[in-house]
Ligand binder design. Structure first.
Ligand SMILES: Cc1ncc(COP(=O)(O)O)c(C=O)c1O
Length: 434
C-alpha cells in the first residue's frame, strides 16, 4: 500500500467524502489502489507521495491545464503577483484588464463578473437572470455545479439529473420550496425545451453549447430564437467548453450568441478564476441584487487568467489540443479495430472519451486504469488534452494501451474480467463513501 492510499483512508475519516471534488475521489478511478495525492506536477507528468512518476493521460486536473501543469510563463505571472502582494484594501487592476479582454473576445458581451469556481459563476448567472426577468423558473440541460438552484431539479423527480453528467445526486439539504423551479430538457431535443417554455414561465435557459454530441438540426439556432421570442435569458455554461476548440467560447464556432456566458477551468491554467460575462442590460441587474465575496478580489486568479489567455493566443493552443484530441480519437478507433473491439468514442475534440458498450464497461474502465497505472500512467477512458501531450508521449501511451485492449478482447471472448481486477470496480456517478 502506497503513502497515497494510506492518506486517502485517513482523509475519509476527517473529510466527508475524502476530498472536495467527486471526480478526484480515488474510487472514481481505482478503489484501494489509486495513488490519490500528488507531490509535484509538471507538463503532463505527476509524481505521487512516494515520488513515483506518472504520465497524466486522464483528467489533467479536471480540465484546468490545457497548457500543461506548471506552465513557466503563467507561473511567473503568479510569482510576480505573490511578490507584489496578492491582497490589499484596494482592488487589483487585473480584473479590469481581464473583463476588457473577455469582452473584446466576445463582442456581444459588455460586462463581466468574476468568481473562483464554476458553480459560483453559474449561481451568479442564475441570480442575474432571475433578477433581470423577475421570473424564477429555469430550463436547463447538462451539469452546472453543486448549488441549491441546480440540485433542486431532483426535488421533483430524483432522476431529473440523470443523464446530465452525474447520476445519483440527492437533493438532501436543498429547501423543498425550490421544487419545480428548475426543469430539465435533453440536449438536441428542442421539442422538450419548447414544451417547458409553453407550460412554464421560464426566465432563463441554462445549457452547455456542446458536451458529448454535436448539435443537430440547428438546435442551438432554434434555442436562441425561442429565447429571443420569449424574452428568456440564454446562458451558455462554457466552464468546460471554453478556450478548448476556439479562442473563447465554443459558441463562436457555431455562430450563436448567448445573453450570458460562463468561463472556468482552463481560463487560469490551474489557478482559480471563473467569469460570468453578458449583455449590459442583463448584467446591470447584478446591481439590484447582492453578489459579493471577499476572495473574488484576490489577484492571483485574474493575473493567471490574463497570462494564460495571452499564451493561448500566442500559440493558438485550442488548435493544438483539438488536433491532439482528434488524433487520440483516431488512434483509439484503430486500436479497437485491431483487436476487433466495439468502441464508442465521444466528446469535444480536445476532451476525447471512449467506452466499450455493454454491461461490463465500468469493469473494463477499471481494468484499463489498473493496467496503465502499473505502467506509469494515470489513465481511464477520458482525456483532457493539453499541449504537453506530444506525439512521442501519445505514441508511448498507445504502445502501452495495446496489450490492455487485447486483455479487454479476451474478456469479451469469455475470460472473467473480475478475476484480473486486483480490487473493486470503479464508481460511476455519486456514491456515498463510508
Ligand atoms: C459545464 C460545467 N459547469 C459547471 C461546473 C462546475 O464547476 P466547479 O467544479 O468549478 O464548481 C463544471 C465542472 O465540471 C462544468 O463542467
Amino acid at each position: 500500500m502506497g503513502s497515497g492510499n494510506k492518506l486517502w483512508d485517513r482523509a475519509k475519516k476527517v473529510i466527508p467524502g475524502g476530498n472536495m471534488l467527486l471526480s478526484k475521489r480515488a474510487e472514481m478511478f481505482l478503489p484501494d489502489q489509486w495513488p490519490a495525492y500528488f507531490s509535484k506536477a509538471k507538463g503532463c507528468q505527476v509524481w505521487d507521495l512516494d515520488g513515483k512518476q506518472y504520465t497524466d493521460m486522464s483528467i489533467m486536473g479536471i480540465g484546468t491545464n490545457t497548457l500543461g501543469y506548471g506552465h513557466v510563463e503563467v507561473d511567473k505571472a503568479v510569482e510576480e503577483t505573490v511578490k507584489n502582494g496578492n491582497m490589499s484594501t484596494l482592488n487589483c487592476p487585473e480584473e479590469v484588464y481581464l473583463a476588457e479582454k473577455l469582452i473584446e473576445l466576445h463582442p456581444w458581451a459588455d460586462m463581466a463578473r468574476f468568481a473562483r469556481t464554476g458553480g459560483e459563476a453559474n449561481s451568479i448567472a442564475i441570480r442575474i437572470a432571475r433578477a433581470a426577468t423577475s421570473r424564477d423558473k429555469i430550463a436547463f440541460c447538462g451539469y452546472h455545479g453543486w448549488h441549491d438552484w441546480y440540485l433542486s431539479a431532483n426535488l421533483s423527480d430524483d432522476k431529473n439529473l440523470d443523464g446530465h453528467l452525474i447520476p445519483g445526486l440527492e437533493p438532501d439539504g436543498v429547501p423543498r420550496a425550490l421544487k419545480d423551479t428548475v426543469l430539465p430538457f435533453n440536449y438536441n431535443k428542442f421539442e422538450e425545451l419548447e414544451l417547458l417554455v409553453q407550460d412554464h414561465d421560464i426566465g432563463a435557459i441554462m445549457m452547455e453549447v456542446q458536451r458529448n454530441k454535436p448539435p443537430e438540426n440547428d438546435f442551438l439556432q432554434k434555442v436562441r430564437k425561442l429565447a429571443s421570442d420569449k424574452n428568456i435569458v440564454l446562458i451558455f455554461d462554457e466552464c468546460t467548453s471554453g478556450f478548448r476548440e476556439t479562442f473563447g467560447g465554443l459558441h463562436i464556432k457555431y455562430g450563436v450568441e448567448p445573453d450570458i456566458a460562463i468561463f472556468g477551468k482552463a481560463i487560469g491554467n490551474g489557478y482559480a478564476l471563473t467569469a460570468t460575462i453578458g449583455r449590459r442590460e442583463i448584467m446591470e441587474a447584478a446591481q439590484s441584487t447582492f453578489i459579493s465575496s471577499t476572495f473574488w478580489t484576490e489577484r492571483i486568479g485574474p493575473s493567471a487568467a490574463l497570462k494564460t489567455i495571452e499564451v493561448m493566443e500566442d500559440i493558438k493552443s485550442w488548435e493544438h489540443i483539438s488536433e491532439i484530441g482528434n488524433n487520440i480519437k483516431t488512434d483509439w478507433q484503430s486500436l479497437a479495430d485491431k483487436h476487433g473491439l466495439n468502441i464508442a468514442i465521444a466528446g469535444l475534440a480536445p476532451i476525447p472519451s471512449f467506452s466499450f458498450p455493454g454491461t461490463k464497461s465500468r469493469e473494463y474502465k477499471t481494468l484499463i486504469t489498473q493496467e496503465m497505472l502499473a505502467k506509469g500512467y494515470l489513465a481511464g477512458n477520458l482525456i483532457f488534452a493539453c499541449i504537453e501531450h506530444t506525439p512521442e508521449i501519445l505514441a508511448q501511451y498507445f504502445e502501452t494501451l495495446d496489450p490492455v485492449f487485447a486483455l479487454v478482447k479476451e474478456c469479451e471472448e469469455g475470460r472473467d474480467v473480475e478475476t484480473i481486477l486486483d480490487g473493486p470496480v470503479c464508481h460511476g456517478g455519486f456514491q456515498r463513501l463510508n
